[in-house]
Design a protein around this ligand. Structure first.
Ligand code: CP3
Length: 333
């Protein structure tokens, strides 16, 4: 059993921790590689470098899992939609050519993402991963749909406009779900031991549309991961009702964002919980960081809990603060 799985099964009293965006710009060793690799997609598809980046945080911190260095937007990329990352602008996608996209077959798709699967295989064999999980991931269907339609990170008022053409969207959603399953399957076959589904834009949607765009397609993916005997963590950032989400989608672990009241969640949800701490606390002072980390540890003391943040590590974080947090969590009892 890995440290993380022991921890969520309460088979040991060691606290476990990993962090979303634990590999990334706040680490000088990442920035060094990044400065020589301007094309972000190409970097994700460089199996040696992406494997190296994946283990960078494990060399520094006593964290219990690695998450493969990749991006949720490799899915639209592999379906033929152009994806670019412009400095300080975030992702920019090209137009969808649905005809062309419908002609992409499974083999071509897998071929484009082969370096991701090879990076997972390479990473699995590294000494840093001993007794640790390697987390594979995808974007949730809704979040991928929004990026594909909106062609960049959305704002609130973009949504109505984006969702006008219902028939087209239904067809697109079907393609997305089909290929997400293929991508998940290949990550598991290559050695990913847990899958996390990131629904970063769940908070944008109105309740009336949850069934169609969030609950049903995500549940389909969750069932698929479970059928592969692999634990699945869901992170529906900003969703209005986590309890309802858990009862409908039934992930193995629910990852909460920083706006969720941990006390209420701990009292109303009976599956393992992950995350919650606002990543901004890693930018403030140590005492405040400690007090807020302790809040989560106290609340979830007797429950299965994976320490993590309520969203990713911010680029201007001092790695020393991450080290302090990891040590504090590991020594807490
Ligand atoms: O360490 C890890 O968490 C693993 C790697 C990982 C990345 N992206 C690398 C990355 C993971 C799990 C993701 C997921 C991802 N990508 C999400 C879901 C999680 C979330 O943050 O909500 C989303 C929405 C994306 C799409 C994306 N990728 C955006 C919006 C951006 C630009 C804004 C930003 O945060 O930088 C990216 C780029 C990206 N993905 C970077 C990294 C390390 C920064 C790239 C750079 O060096 O410029």
């Amino acid at each position: 059993m890995t440290v993380l799985q022991n921890c969520i099964n309460k088979k040991s009293n060691v606290n476990c921790i990993w962090l979303m965006r634990q590999a990334g710009r706040y680490l000088p060793e990442f920035r060094e590689i990044r400065s020589k690799n301007q094309d972000f997609i190409e970097l994700c598809l460089n199996e040696n470098l992406s494997s190296e980046i994946t283990v960078q945080p494990l060399r520094r911190f006593n964290i219990d899992a690695a998450i493969i260095f990749s991006d949720i937007l490799l899915l639209p990329f592999a379906l033929g939609q152009p994806v670019k990352f412009k400095k300080d602008l975030g992702p920019l996608l090209g137009e969808i050519n649905f005809n062309k996209m419908s002609k992409v077959n499974e083999m071509q798709f897998i071929d484009k993402l082969k370096p991701v699967y090879n990076a997972i295989k390479k990473t699995k064999d590294k000494a840093e991963l001993k007794n640790k999980d390697l987390i594979g991931f995808v974007g949730a269907p809704w979040t991928i749909l929004i990026y594909m339609l909106n062609q960049k990170s959305p704002k609130n008022d973009d949504i109505e406009l984006t969702l006008k053409d219902k028939k087209f969207i239904e067809d697109l959603l079907e393609v997305i779900v089909r290929y997400l399953k293929i991508h998940i399957n290949n990550q598991i076959e290559s050695g990913a031991t847990i899958i996390q589904i990131f629904d970063s834009w769940a908070g944008l949607l109105n309740n009336k549309d949850y069934d169609k765009y969030i609950y049903n397609p995500t549940k389909d993916l969750v069932n698929f991961v479970k059928s592969k005997k692999t634990p699945v963590i869901c992170f529906p950032k900003g969703i209005s009702d986590y309890k309802n989400y858990v009862s409908l989608v039934k992930p193995d672990v629910i990852s909460i964002d920083y706006n969720v009241d941990p006390k209420k969640i701990s009292e109303s949800i009976d599956i393992p919980v992950q995350g919650g701490l606002n990543p901004n606390f890693l930018i403030g002072d140590k005492e405040e960081l400690k007090a807020n980390a302790k809040k989560y540890l106290d609340i979830f003391k007797d429950k299965p809990y994976i320490f993590n943040l309520g969203h990713g590590v911010l680029p201007n974080t001092d790695p020393g603060m991450v080290d302090y947090l990891v040590k504090f969590v590991k020594n807490y009892s």
